[in-house]
Design a protein. Structure first.
Length: 114
């Protein structure tokens, strides 16, 4: 089933690659946020089924966005080049996509979180 997805990623080339992966998987990218304020806004108000959440947004950590998503019950996965060690312990157990990741990796995470 197609999901409405928010991509939170500050590197535009990477954001476009993730968007392409999601479209190839049959999902709809409803928004892309490159900075923390816009990510917070969409996370709080958006009609979302899933979020790909870069951990580092232009020098700011995205954990406040994760907290909103968690509170709203919206599934998400962190995307980071640092692996699970860079994730705030408050979000232990959340899926982590280690960059670079493949379309198959993304599909598996989306399938896992429902």
């Amino acid at each position: 089933m197609a999901k409405r997805v928010l991509v939170v990623e500050d590197e535009m080339t990477i954001a476009m690659m993730i968007e392409d992966m999601l479209v190839d998987l049959g999902h709809e990218v409803v928004a892309t946020a490159a900075r923390l304020p816009s990510a917070l806004e969409v996370a709080a108000d958006g009609n979302l089924d899933f979020v790909v959440l870069d951990v580092n947004l232009a020098g700011h950590q995205s954990f406040p966005v994760a907290a909103i998503l968690q509170q709203r019950g919206i599934p998400f996965a962190f995307a980071t080049g640092y692996g699970p060690a860079g994730i705030d312990p408050a979000f232990a157990g959340r899926p982590v996509l280690t960059k670079p990741f493949t379309t198959a990796d993304l599909a598996a995470v989306i399938e896992t979180v429902g």
